[in-house]
Design a protein around this ligand. Structure first.
Ligand code: EPZ
Length: 420
């Protein structure tokens, strides 16, 4: 099991490039199951969740080849339309194969995910949507079984609450369903739009992706395509926060600033100076003090829950009281307890974290509980005096590509230690 040793405090300076978005690449890979023809995906990040999805596609019968930084997936034949427990338990996004497998094969078997560090994370809305498209669904031995032997039929699907992978799953089911499907209260995340663009290149007919109502006209078959995954807005946001927390001067390249709107507003309110530094590049500097600002997580285009933990680390260094409200997941504050061990003043009250700052942080042994929590501990360690040991960095490896190398190039003193 690997851990990070981080010595602080440091000031970050220099350029760092954003990788492709993990949360866009995962549904794009699942979409490859919809056609027997090869699909080539560029800028797929080399992170552990992608390796898991690759294993899942191979388990289903697809071949995945890597060439010149692109992945070429050919699902000529689906041998096993299923997502086994071993893969689903390491990555909940495995449920993304349910819609495509059902649409392509008329049946699918996907293990139920079980517990998760950040909340219950059920998939009931995916299932209700697929039922609306005519699938029969039942649960047995810890698996969801879905069948539509005569194919799926277009229908109105109204999501009771906004779900990102639920929208993506239904989109992938609807593209091969007979007739029109309307997805209401759909997620508007850029990752949904990216998936819709890939599906359109494969021959799907989709309108309204990026709005709450998506209309899909089902087609008989999809064909191969080539697609480049969008930049990872959460990774880019994490580097911007790293620049702000260390009072550094950081240029984040290969990003899409239009996907970062809510974060940029909050960073500016907190005292950071942010300017465009060429196409797809943002420069962040923080000349003076950090000021406390309140943040409430929301679905896109609101403030992303996936940046909440990192922003909390920033607020430990800000003057005043910041109220951070988490509305998407019920248990996404585990990082607060670790930040407190480093000296942060944080009070937890249900879905709110009240952070009083600035507080000097000191290095400590801390444990990463989930992907974004680990990122927040790394950010805190950059400004903490002395050495921080971040344990269980496999969480961070799930979604950040070469983070220690990227931060190291900006001047962070960060080392990965592999324990036997
Ligand atoms: C996606 O998860 C992301 N994962 C998450 O990224 C992200 O935190 C989340 O969206 C919210 O933005 C991927 O894209 C692979 P949801 P997802 O369904 O789709 C409830 C990261 O760090 N809900 O939008 O699983 C659910 O419990 C992560 O990269 C139901 O009740 O999230 C939650 O409270 C982790 N029933 C809320 O909806 C359902 O059937 C939103 O979840 C589905 C969801």
């Amino acid at each position: 099991m690997d851990r990070f040793l981080i010595s602080g405090p440091t000031r970050l300076e220099g350029k760092v490039a954003t990788s492709g978005a993990k949360n866009a690449a995962l549904p794009a890979l699942a979409a490859c199951l919809l056609t027997p023809e090869p699909v080539t995906l560029r800028r797929v990040p080399a992170v552990r969740d992608i390796a898991t999805m690759r294993q899942l596609l191979e388990h289903c019968g697809a071949t995945v080849e890597e060439s010149h930084g692109a992945l070429r997936v050919t699902a000529a034949e689906i041998r096993a339309p299923e997502a086994p427990y071993d893969l689903v338990k390491t990555m909940r996004a495995s449920s993304l194969v349910l819609g495509p497998l059902l649409a392509r094969c008329g049946r699918a078997r996907v293990s139920l995910p079980g517990g998760c560090a950040i909340g219950a994370r059920p998939i009931n809305l995916h299932l209700a949507g697929l039922q609306a498209l005519g699938a029969q669904i039942w649960q047995e031995h810890g698996y969801i079984h879905a069948e539509a032997p005569h194919g799926l039929r277009g229908a109105l699907v109204h999501f009771d609450r906004i779900t990102v992978t639920g929208t993506e799953d239904l989109l992938m089911a609807a593209v091969l369903a007979e007739g029109e499907t309307v997805l209401e209260n759909a997620a508007r995340e850029p990752e949904v739009v990216d998936l819709a663009e890939l599906l359109a290149k494969m021959g799907a007919r989709i309108e309204g992706a990026g709005t709450p109502t998506i209309r899909v006209q089902g087609v008989g078959r999809l064909h191969g395509a080539e697609h480049t995954i969008i930049p990872d807005r959460i990774e880019a946001g994490t580097f911007l926060i790293a620049g702000a927390i260390t009072a550094g001067d950081v240029v984040v390249t290969s990003c899409l600033p239009e996907h970062l709107g809510a974060l940029l507003v909050k960073l500016r309110q907190a005292g950071a100076e942010i300017a465009e530094a060429g196409p797809g590049a943002l420069r962040i500097r923080r000349p003076g003090r950090l000021l406390a600002v309140d943040v409430t997580t929301e679905e896109y285009p609101g403030f992303a829950t996936d940046l909440q933990a990192q922003f909390m680390a920033l607020m430990t260094q800000a003057e005043g009281v910041s109220v951070i409200t988490e509305t998407i997941f019920e248990n996404r504050f585990l990082h607060a307890l670790e930040l407190m061990r480093m000296g942060a003043d944080i009070r937890l009250e249900g879905r709110q974290a009240i952070v009083t700052g600035p507080r000097p942080l000191t290095g400590a042994a801390v444990i990463a509980s989930d992907l974004r929590a680990s990122a927040s501990l790394v950010l805190a360690a950059l400004v903490a005096r002395g050495e921080t040991v971040v344990d269980r960095v496999y969480h961070i490896d799930r979604g950040y590509e070469k983070i220690e190398q990227k931060l190291g190039a900006l001047g962070a003193r960060i080392e990965r230690v592999s324990l036997p």
